[in-house]
Design a protein around this ligand. Structure first.
Ligand SMILES: Nc1nc2c(ncn2[C@@H]2O[C@H](COP(=O)(O)OP(=O)(O)OP(=O)(O)O)[C@@H](O)[C@H]2O)c(=O)[nH]1
Ligand SMILES: [Mg+2]
Length: 585
């Protein structure tokens, strides 16, 4: 959970509408359990999207309130973030908009790899951290040992680590009080004149009956229903600089409804500086209010342009961060346009997706069997699964997703046989395997490498090390966390990690190990491109890259699977594999 606290600059009329959490009644609240609203989250019991909610809290220490605040309450704006590494972008985005975060550790399992990752992000961003152990109710919880281990690893004062249980409602009050004491209120802009509106879109989604709904944070000024507003992004500022600014009609709107998220929506009619809430803006196209955009008032837009803007603008960040790529095809060939429209809407809400339509309208061609499709970049394998399920749940669109691939760096070497033109670069990163060098070229291939950090009970150390070796890992080292857990560091080709590392690691450690990864550049490798052909036609989406030593084995597995799954026809279907230029059956 990440949390933000700030002083309540609001009159009592708003307080009446907001349920208050005092020390006496917080136990009666069930609402905060309902933040995981997507059906994929409920089915799988995981969080995939960050979601926000606000509450009033009456601190024990009333000295925490500012002199102007005579209400006795603080308003806490909280964001719940996913834990799985594939949704790390949600964590990064959330950390940028809060002043502090509660870092939760499992009192039974101890430190997990993704917690290390979040800790490092929070330190880089400068977020205040409140450490807490949860699940202390479990019979095998080890609060003392885990507290000592994390205080040594992260430098927290062991006495300040809070003990809690979400299930038994233990220690919730202590967390709220620690947040109120330690997390500072948001810093307002230096040039805040108290009236000029600057709000940032934190999230937005499309609802068929209401159109685009935004989750906003008011950075300065206020917004009220009926206000004429404008959504602007980075390109707006660029155009303004080149004096070509023209606010398009599409990004102007009249604010239809505004309110707070508690976590059910409560219409308040206005939002003031420092508050977080929802806004229904009457836009129909979700792309017009992308997360990171700024909302300004039409009346003061020229003034606002000369004022400070928040650092965080997300657009453009994501493309470099896709971990793997797959091509996505509709189940029925005629549904390609519907697929495109569904993916457009989903990509607004899932900013980790990178949608490519490079080769004309059809994006990527799956040949006679898969038909046209889109090439999409994902954050990891779970992300691919969640994407597929969200398409089905939220857009009733069943899609075929080909096995994901990573990107490769190709360095061309001088060759008389080369058909490359002089102005073509000698180095390129490709994620589309149809751009693999043609035969006759001389080239070196570099594959992406990641630093992997596995945290596992020491009982499974042998299995973990064997798995790392099997995945072509190198530079392995170990570090002791406590009597029970070790950290294993290694460098592993990313292509080996994305395929089945997660499942195999969980299997060989009875589900106890966790891992995270850090980009470590590219390394030269002996790789082959393996092409699958059906009746002589290459099926692009089935092409894969394999280490030379495994290529033959992996090709046979794919052919065998194809033989089992392709529908029986009256004619003979020839399945062939071509590895580099060498062909075999
Ligand atoms: N015994 C016990 N179980 C808990 C406690 N908190 C959560 N759980 C269980 O742990 C599982 C995961 O809980 P979540 O609250 O979904 O965990 P999370 O950290 O939000 O997970 P993600 O958001 O997917 O990263 C569920 O089965 C919960 O019932 C606790 O304090 N005690
Ligand atoms: Mg969760």
């Amino acid at each position: 959970m990440t949390s933000e606290t700030y002083f309540l600059p609001q009159s009592s009329q708003i307080i009446e509408k907001i349920p208050c959490d005092t020390h006496e009644n917080y136990e009666a609240k069930e609402d905060f359990l309902k933040l995981d609203t997507l059906s994929v989250e409920q089915q799988r019991g995981i969080t995939v999207k960050a979601s926000a909610a606000s509450m009033l809290y009456k601190p024990n220490d009333q000295a925490l309130l500012s002199p102007q605040n005579d209400t006795g309450y603080l308003m806490l704006n909280m964001v719940d973030t996913p834990g799985h590494i594939d949704f790390g972008l949600e964590v990064t985005r959330s950390l940028h908009v809060v002043e502090g975060a509660v870092l939760l550790f499992d009192a039974a399992q101890g430190v997990q790899a993704q917690t290390l990752n979040v800790f490092q992000k929070a330190v880089d961003i400068g977020t205040e951290l409140v450490p807490a152990l949860t699940k202390v109710d479990l019979p095998h919880a080890r609060p003392l040992e885990v507290s000592i281990a994390i205080s040594e690893m992260f430098g927290f004062d062991p006495d300040k680590i809070l003990l809690t249980s979400a299930r038994q409602r233990i220690g919730v009050e202590n967390i709220l009080e620690a947040v109120a004491c330690n997390v500072p209120p948001p810093v307002s802009f230096e040039d805040d004149d108290g009236v000029t509106l600057r709000a940032q879109v934190l999230d937005s989604w499309f609802e068929p009956t209401r159109g685009v709904v935004c989750l906003l944070k008011i950075l300065s000024g206020k917004m009220e229903e009926g206000d004429r507003l404008v959504v602007v992004d980075d390109s707006f500022y660029d155009k303004h600089l080149s004096k070509e600014r023209q606010v398009s009609n599409e990004s102007q709107f009249s604010l239809q409804e505004v309110g707070m998220v508690l976590p059910h929506r409560v219409r308040t009619g206005k939002l003031l500086s420092g508050q977080m809430g929802y806004a229904i803006v009457g836009l129909r196209d979700p792309r017009q209010a992308r997360p990171g955009s700024l909302v300004l008032s039409q009346d003061s837009i020229d003034k606002a342009f000369h004022m400070e803007k928040p650092e965080w603008m997300l657009d453009g960040d994501v493309s470099q961060q896709s971990a793997l790529f797959a091509s996505v095809h509709p189940l029925e060939a005629g549904e390609f346009d519907d697929l495109c429209s569904a993916v457009d809407k989903l990509s607004l809400n899932d900013t980790g997706l990178e949608v490519h339509r490079t080769s004309g309208a059809s994006g990527t061609d799956g040949g006679p069997f898969l038909g046209p499709g889109l090439r999409i970049g994902f954050q990891g394998l779970l992300h691919v699964e969640v994407f597929r399920q969200r398409l089905l749940d939220e857009f009733n669109m069943e899609a075929v997703v080909t096995p994901p691939k990573v990107s490769y760096l190709i360095k061309y070497l001088p060759s008389k046989m080369s058909s490359r033109k002089q102005d073509e670069p000698m180095e390129e990163i490709i994620e589309d395997l149809s751009r693999w060098p043609k035969s006759g070229e001389r080239f070196d291939i570099y594959e992406p490498i990641v630093k992997v950090r596995v945290i596992s009970p020491v009982d499974y150390a042998g299995n973990v090390m064997e798995l790392i070796k099997k995945k072509r890992g190198y530079d392995m080292s170990t570090e002791v966390i406590d009597d029970l857990n070790w950290i294993f560091h290694a460098q592993i080709p990313w292509g080996e990690v994305v395929t089945s590392f997660h499942d195999e690691l969980k299997n060989c450690t009875a589900g106890y190990a966790s891992f995270d990864t850090l980009d470590a550049g590219y390394k030269k490798a002996d790789l082959c491109r393996v092409e699958i052909m059906l009746n002589g036609d290459s099926v692009d989406p089935l092409t894969f890259v394999s280490h030379r030593t495994n290529a033959q084995k992996e090709s046979r597995v794919v052919c065998k699977k194809l033989k089992e799954t392709l529908p029986r026809e009256q004619f003979v279907i020839k399945i062939q594999v071509s590895q580099l230029c060498r062909s075999f059956r």
